[in-house]
Write a protein that binds this ligand. Sequence first.
Ligand SMILES: Nc1ncnc2c1ncn2[C@@H]1O[C@H](COP(=O)(O)OP(=O)(O)OP(=O)(O)O)[C@@H](O)[C@H]1O
Ligand SMILES: [Mg+2]
Length: 253
Amino acid sequence: MARVYAIISGKGGVGKTTSAVNLGVALNHLGEDVIIIDANLSTPNIGIHLGAPIVPTTINHVLKNQAKIEDAIYEHESGTKVMPASLSLKEAEKINYKKLPEIIKKLKKITGHIIIDCAAGLGPEARASIKAADEIIIITNPEMAAVTDALKTIKLAEQLHKKITGVIITRHQGKRVEMSLPNIKDMLEVPIIGIIPEEDSIKESHVMKNPVIYTHPRSKASKIYLNTSKRILGHDIPIEVPNRGFFSLIFRR
Ligand SMILES: Nc1ncnc2c1ncn2[C@@H]1O[C@H](COP(=O)(O)OP(=O)(O)OP(=O)(O)O)[C@@H](O)[C@H]1O
Ligand SMILES: [Mg+2]
């Protein structure tokens, strides 16, 4: 049975799309069949991250019954499948989010993993993605505002009886001003499944319009995204804490 994950944060700009794209390509690299869906219809980014900002048929057309699901699926050069959203503001109007679970149900028959890149906030757009998913992966940064929003997201997902697969802390710099990893763990009370460092390789990968695990496979961020995807598959790998001068392995899940 296919697994369906919503990549969600509450707070905007924390690294959801970066994580969705890299986890998707990492799972694909590990031999899994993956579809990444852009469910951030108001400010879609998946196409931009993967170098195909404008495509003829999108999830918007499918949600509006203007196209078949298979016509909105594209293949990244890695083999990872992607369903982008339209960049046009007009095409984001009058969307019926209720059709999202129907799309997911059909996709479950043709793939092993469906990764839903969610909108920021916890409004109707983001809630529709949580409802359509079976599992929730929370993205946060090591700062109080982001972690507070992550906690709200966890509470909402629990109310909706969704499985919380874990939290990924991104843009970790190991600075004193950051919230400490044990504090984040205590506050969220869900497993940490990856700690991604703040790295120029990520920004360079965005300029190169490809996932970092593709453009900078030897970078720390890339290796940690790959290990995070292995943990999602159930591998028992200790959590690497970057930015300590070496990869210290202090956490067990
Ligand atoms: N590990 C990282 N190191 C450096 N920069 C990063 C890292 N992760 C993400 N960023 C930067 O943070 C910004 C936001 O990333 P991203 O678009 O993935 O966030 P998002 O949560 O999807 O945002 P939105 O809520 O707007 O959809 C981007 O400019 C990206 O380059
Ligand atoms: Mg995004």
